[in-house]
Write a protein that binds this ligand. Structure first.
Ligand code: AMP
Length: 224
């Protein structure tokens, strides 16, 4: 099974993607996380991607497609995968289709998370992540017990540079222009496009995602 998590910045793709991956026991490929770790370790890719990420622009398709291809190659062909933050453009979606077709697979479902723009901006500006374990928090909706400290591992909580209000507004524009057309793209394929309202509590969204996946794709949590 290949599932794509689609939605604007701040809608909860990272949080729900991580939870869903754990619930289902699947693999997750999150291009934003891969790029941030490439940037932090100072690889060629990380250096090339940095300026685009800082501006809130998309990293060029060829870099992203090569990155994803490399990660897919490491996975067993039977492994179910959740893509989080990829594809983000129609050429990326076409490239993914071609890569999957080569191994006799296709995109089965597209989970489209939605929320109004004002909610997205507030969510992104409150976002913090742990530098050690990657756990995500939100100072408005899901604060840590102690400010700036991760509940899970005691690591330092940081705010992403590209989460400042101006860059977020730009990332939203980029989403509308370049990524939202993917909804139409996938509606013309065999993939099921499943919209879920992301403007609810994390647990409510999680339950709604599980219900939708069971209903539309017969995907159920392990042991459920
Ligand atoms: P994210 O963590 O998914 O919000 O991604 C953070 C940033 O990484 C984006 O604003 C882009 O600059 C870059 N990025 C992540 N995924 C992609 C992608 N599929 N295509 C192009 N750029 C991406």
């Amino acid at each position: 099974m290949v599932l794509i998590l689609l939605g604007p910045p701040g809608v909860g793709k990272g949080t729900q993607g991580a939870t869903l991956t754990e619930d289902l026991g699947w693999e997750r490929i999150a291009t934003g996380d891969l790029l941030r770790s490439a940037r932090d370790t100072g690889t060629d890719l990380g250096r090339a991607a940095q300026e685009y990420m800082d501006r809130g622009d998309l990293v060029p398709d060829e870099l992203i497609v090569a990155l994803v291809r490399e990660h897919l190659r490491e996975l067993d062909e039977a492994t179910s995968v959740i893509f989080d933050g990829f594809p983000r453009t129609v050429p990326q979606a076409e490239a993914l289709d071609a890569v999957l077709e080569d191994v006799g697979r296709r995109v089965d479902g597209v989970l489209l998370l939605t929320a109004p723009d004002d909610v997205l901006v507030k969510r992104v500006s409150g976002r913090r992540s742990c530098t050690e374990c990657g756990r995500l928090y939100n100072v408005f909706f899901d604060p840590p017990n102690v400010e700036g400290v991760c509940d899970v591992c005691g690591g330092n909580l940081v705010h992403r540079d590209d989460d400042d209000p101006e860059t977020v507004a730009h990332r939203l524009e980029v989403y509308r222009e370049q990524t939202e057309p993917l909804v139409k793209y996938y509606e013309h394929t065999e993939a099921r496009v499943i919209a879920v309202d992301g403007d609810r509590t994390m647990d409510e969204v999680r339950v709604a995602i599980h219900d939708a996946l069971a209903r539309e794709l017969d995907v159920r949590m392990e042991g459920a």
